[in-house]
Design a protein around this ligand. Structure first.
Ligand SMILES: NC(=O)c1ccc[n+]([C@@H]2O[C@H](COP(=O)([O-])OP(=O)(O)OC[C@H]3O[C@@H](n4cnc5c(N)ncnc54)[C@H](O)[C@@H]3O)[C@@H](O)[C@H]2O)c1
Length: 236
């Protein structure tokens, strides 16, 4: 399977990409004690148009109630279920260098339903170190930590080792891989790969900035652009 083919049959990939944002906004609203929210208010909280939000939620079979809006906790539960977050996911990170340390030390994954249960590296200077409360193990111990089909693998190794490490993750039973390495990975059917590439995101921003003629042409005081700046790279 090609790594760009990740998607679901019934929910468009662009909608899937926005579901985490809806979930986060609903968490904030629930914490503030709100029981219902209008599509306009929820759309504003996320920074999308309300028509797009209603369409997105209709893919989940959620239409809200006219004049009332959406039930905050009900919609939160529904989206969390669709994102597979009814129970937490286990995550293993391979490659505990600069990036791996930052990811392993980040405390925010647990709040979003992801438990970092394993850190792996083949560098003798790193193995045995404890990062974010988890001990770094050699890759040979992958089988002890990975529960087939229930563990997400994060790749933070150099590009030239990415395919080999990915193969080992898949052999251990990992079916979802988040790849930070600048390498195209080949995986068998049934395995999803998503790539994170901050440099590409910067290039996309640079493309838009160049198109707008922003470079070298910034007024002394930049007016607030509000959520518009966040829409530049929005998935449509
Ligand atoms: N996607 C992004 O936006 C982004 C941002 C920064 C870095 N990266 C990429 O992330 C990767 C890591 O970057 P870094 O700066 O942390 O590198 P780094 O050299 O600091 O760390 C790499 C780690 O991987 C380990 N490693 C190497 N081969 C291994 C193997 N076969 N098995 C297990 N561990 C192995 C090394 O021992 C080292 O600890 C690189 O591919 C880099 O290009 C991507």
């Amino acid at each position: 399977m090609d790594e760009d083919d990740v998607g679901t049959v019934d929910v468009p990939e662009a909608t899937v990409a926005r579901l985490p944002q809806y979930l986060r906004a609903l968490s904030v609203l629930a914490e503030a004690g709100l029981r219902t929210v209008s599509s306009e208010a929820l759309a504003e909280a996320v920074g999308v148009g309300s028509a797009k939000l209603r369409k997105d939620l209709s893919h989940l079979g959620s239409y809200g109630t006219r004049g009332v809006g959406y039930d905050v906790t009900g919609l939160h539960r529904q989206i969390a279920d669709r994102l597979g977050q009814a129970t937490p996911w286990n995550v293993v990170i391979v490659g505990i260098g600069n990036l791996g340390h930052a990811l392993a030390g980040y405390g925010g994954f647990a709040d979003r339903g992801f438990r970092v249960v394993g850190l792996f590296d083949d560098g003798p200077q790193v193995v045995g170190e404890v990062v974010g409360g988890v001990r770094v193990r050699p890759l040979s111990e992958l089988d002890r930590v990975v529960h087939p089909g229930e563990t997400i693998g994060v790749l933070a190794v150099p590009a030239e080792h990415a395919q080999d490490v990915c193969d080992r993750l898949v052999a251990a039973g990992v079916r979802s891989v988040l790849n930070f390495a600048p390498a195209v990975l080949r995986v068998p059917d049934g395995v999803d790969v998503r790539k994170v590439d901050l440099a590409s995101e910067l290039q996309i921003l640079a493309f838009h900035a160049q198109r707008r003629g922003v470079r070298g042409n910034v007024p002394a005081r930049v007016p607030s652009l509000g959520p518009v700046t966040e829409r530049v790279g929005e998935v449509v």
